[in-house]
Design a protein around this ligand. Structure first.
Ligand code: ARG
Length: 460
């Protein structure tokens, strides 16, 4: 038990209380952020004349040596200290003596932990964006390769109209573009420095908060000291955005699982991204996709957890806020590993073009186009809809498809049909005539791919 406080206490802390209160087991991941924050703080303290240059140099050298020793595993972070802030400060005093006691001038652990968490999550936003970028690159490449890979598009998981794999993947591309920009928005809003807010009411020292902020790469200082130490909105936003990323990955995983099933066989997952069964030798299971889908709940849990933690807290800092960390770390690690694994999984899967095209052919996915054919020949749409309905029924009874019916069979139901109906309902026609922006036709898709190309190159 080593604490930074105790002056006003006459008794030792109960061991169980100490353990319950301590956060070092999880906030030790902040050692880099904590030391960077302290270096910026003393640099500022020297600039405004609170520390001499010699004191500043001694403290910074001490902090740098602590950082190096932690990184080289020469200095283990032990649970003897309450939290990472106490560990760093106590080790500093141990190493450089009394001058180390000046580090905490004009600072509280409340603004310190607010800073550490912000620095940590700020890096994580960038890390997650890099992983989304890599996923989008992979999707972009696949889209370019599958502009004419026809497949059924579904609604209600019933075959609806033919699309292409490029178009289907393009839907996910749009989702991940939004995810990426949501993270940018969060970064823009959260990148203000809380350090210098003290415990809650600022300090009497003439701190230059603008300097500290700019030394740490923030746009500027936060503007209300009570808000600064008790704001966790950015964590809520980040976990909400992570939940949305997971929801997208989970939907995509669900499709990968369906496509990879024996019944669909639209794709085959690579052996390196599949697992076997201990009893059934024939099995090759899509465990990665299932786990991504399964881990989504953990991230939602973290969002619910932080929302619940914050909902009843009066201003300003309350110890409840210590609970902001473990679930957040877990959620961020989960999102990062899911993004990386998902990207690897889709980069290595094999597309079975023929199975996709055959499936699109067999589900009356061209029925709307057959109705459009009649409309183009003067039949009102509602009548055309009913005529094609009769054709579909006829096909089901006769075990035919719209492509395999004869012209005589067509004419028997509606005399407007001519030989060109077959061309009009071919899968190629059905897809390639859909060329409004956002539609699956190659002409439209190529425009979107060009925009995506531009979008991706602007991100780097
Ligand atoms: N471990 C604390 C946290 O994570 C650090 C701030 C402690 N402040 C305090 N006044 N006890 O929130």
């Amino acid at each position: 038990m080593a604490q930074l406080w105790g002056g006003r206490f006459t008794k030792e802390t109960d061991q169980l209380v100490y353990n319950f209160n301590a956060s070092i087991s999880f906030d030790q991941v902040f050692y880099r952020q904590d030391i960077a924050g302290s270096i910026a703080h003393v640099t500022m303290l020297a600039k405004v004349g609170i520390l001499t240059d010699t004191e500043k140099t001694q403290i910074i050298n001490g902090l740098t040596s602590i950082l190096e020793d932690i990184e080289n595993q020469k200095l283990p972070i032990t649970s003897e200290y309450e939290d990472i802030h106490s560990f760093v400060e106590a080790t500093l005093i141990d190493r450089i003596g009394d001058v180390g006691k000046k580090l905490h001038t004009g600072r509280s652990r409340n603004d310190q932990v607010a800073l550490d968490m912000k620095l940590y999550t700020r890096d994580e936003i960038k890390n997650i964006q890099t992983l989304i970028y890599e996923l989008m690159q992979t999707l972009h490449k696949l889209m370019n390769e599958h502009l004419d890979t026809y497949m059924p598009g579904f609604t209600h998981l019933q075959k609806a109209q033919p699309v292409t794999l490029a178009h289907h993947l393009g839907a996910y591309m749009e989702m991940f573009k939004r995810d990426y920009s949501r993270l940018t928005d969060i970064y823009e809003r959260m990148n203000y420095c809380p350090l210098g807010s003290g415990a809650l009411a600022g300090t009497t020292y003439p701190l230059d908060r603008e300097l500290t902020a700019s030394l740490l790469g923030f746009y500027g200082p936060t503007l209300n000291s009570m808000d600064s130490v008790s704001d966790r909105d950015y964590i809520i936003e980040l976990l909400s955005s992570c939940s949305t990323i997971m929801m997208h990955l989970s939907r995509f995983s669900e499709e990968v699982i369906i496509w990879n099933s024996n019944e669909y066989s639209f794709i085959e997952l690579d052996d390196s991204y599949s697992t076997g069964s201990s009893i059934m030798p024939q099995k090759k299971n899509p465990d990665i996709a299932e786990l991504v889908r399964g881990k989504t709940g953990r991230v939602y849990a973290a969002l619910t957890h932080i929302l619940t933690t914050m909902k009843g807290l009066p201003l300003a800092y309350n110890k409840d806020m210590q609970e902001d960390k473990e679930f957040t770390f877990d959620a961020l690690d989960t999102v990062k590993s899911c993004l990386a694994l998902f990207t690897g999984m889709i980069a290595t899967l094999t597309v079975k073009k023929e199975a996709m095209a055959n499936s699109a052919k067999n589900g009356f996915t061209n029925a709307t186009d057959a109705a459009d054919y009649l409309v183009n020949h003067g039949v009102p749409f509602r009548d055309a809809h009913s005529i094609i309905g009769q054709l579909v029924l006829f096909c089901i009874e006769q075990n035919l498809s719209l492509d395999t019916m004869t012209l005589d069979q067509y004419k028997a139901i509606c005399p407007v049909f001519e030989e060109d109906i077959f061309e009009a309902i071919s899968m190629k026609t059905c897809v390639e005539r859909r060329n409004t922006i956002g539609a699956p036709g190659q002409e439209a898709m190529k425009k979107v791919l060009k925009m995506n190309e531009q979008y991706l190159s602007n991100l780097v």
